[in-house]
Write a protein that binds this ligand. Structure first.
Ligand SMILES: C[S@@+](CC[C@H](N)C(=O)[O-])C[C@H]1O[C@@H](n2cnc3c(N)ncnc32)[C@H](O)[C@@H]1O
Length: 204
């Protein structure tokens, strides 16, 4: 996504594809609804303005399944990171006066998922503490991408995934996000590449 203007954030939203963001694992969402039964809990860590989150809710609604969908985000952005040390979420944080929580929730409501999605404004490891061990079917990580953050996320969420569940994440790219690949390799040697630029660990 290029550097956004104020209009990027004020523009009306009607569906997930109208929402700015970074998302390319819809095929994984479509796979998840064929694997997990009703009553399952899905957690997305790192939702930004809701692009991937509202796609997930859309896939779930279309499937007719009955899941709990929880979004976890500080709503304060990841700060500067990556090869270019870019603060990719900074404009949205500034637009919202220090938080994009209002934009995220507005987008969830505008897409028709206000009663389908629960937004938890919290840091990733802290939010994991609200879930019982082995209670979540699928956790998808897309928060900060440096080595230490991904290690923290994996250590916080892996115990929360139920046997047979998935722990997965975005930006599995050794050139652009080497910290993600290194952290996954160190913490979850059984994880593997998945879809385009994703990784996934199937909990035994
Ligand atoms: C790459 S963006 C997520 C993109 C999103 N999945 C989409 O579809 O556009 C990363 C998000 O992670 C959030 N984040 C960064 N560190 C976090 C942490 N420790 N806990 C929770 N959220 C965090 C940021 O606020 C940001 O919204």
């Amino acid at each position: 996504m290029n550097s956004p203007s104020q209009e990027t954030f004020s523009a009306e939203v009607a569906q997930w594809s109208d929402i700015p963001g970074w998302f390319h694992w819809r095929a994984g969402q479509e796979e998840a609804v064929t694997v997990f039964g009703d009553g399952s809990v899905f957690v997305e860590v790192g939702s930004y303005l809701g692009r991937s989150l509202c796609s997930l809710a859309d896939v779930v609604r279309t499937s007719g399944r009955d899941y709990t969908i929880v979004s976890v985000d500080t709503c304060r952005g990841s700060g500067a990171e990556g090869l270019s040390n870019e603060d990719a979420h900074g404009h949205a944080v500034e637009y919202g006066g220090g938080t994009f929580a209002g934009l995220l929730h507005r987008n969830v409501i505008a897409c028709g998922f206000a009663d389908v999605v629960d937004v938890l404004i919290s840091s990733s490891p802290r939010a994991a503490g609200f879930f019982a061990d082995e209670s979540v079917a699928w956790v998808h990580l897309d928060a900060r991408h440096d080595y230490d953050s991904v290690v923290d996320d994996i250590r916080a969420w892996a115990p929360k995934v139920r046997p047979g569940g998935w722990l997965s994440g975005d930006d599995y790219d050794s050139l652009i996000w080497p910290g993600v690949v290194a952290a996954v390799g160190d913490e979850l040697p059984d994880a593997h590449g998945w879809l385009s630029g994703q990784w996934r660990w199937l909990k035994p």
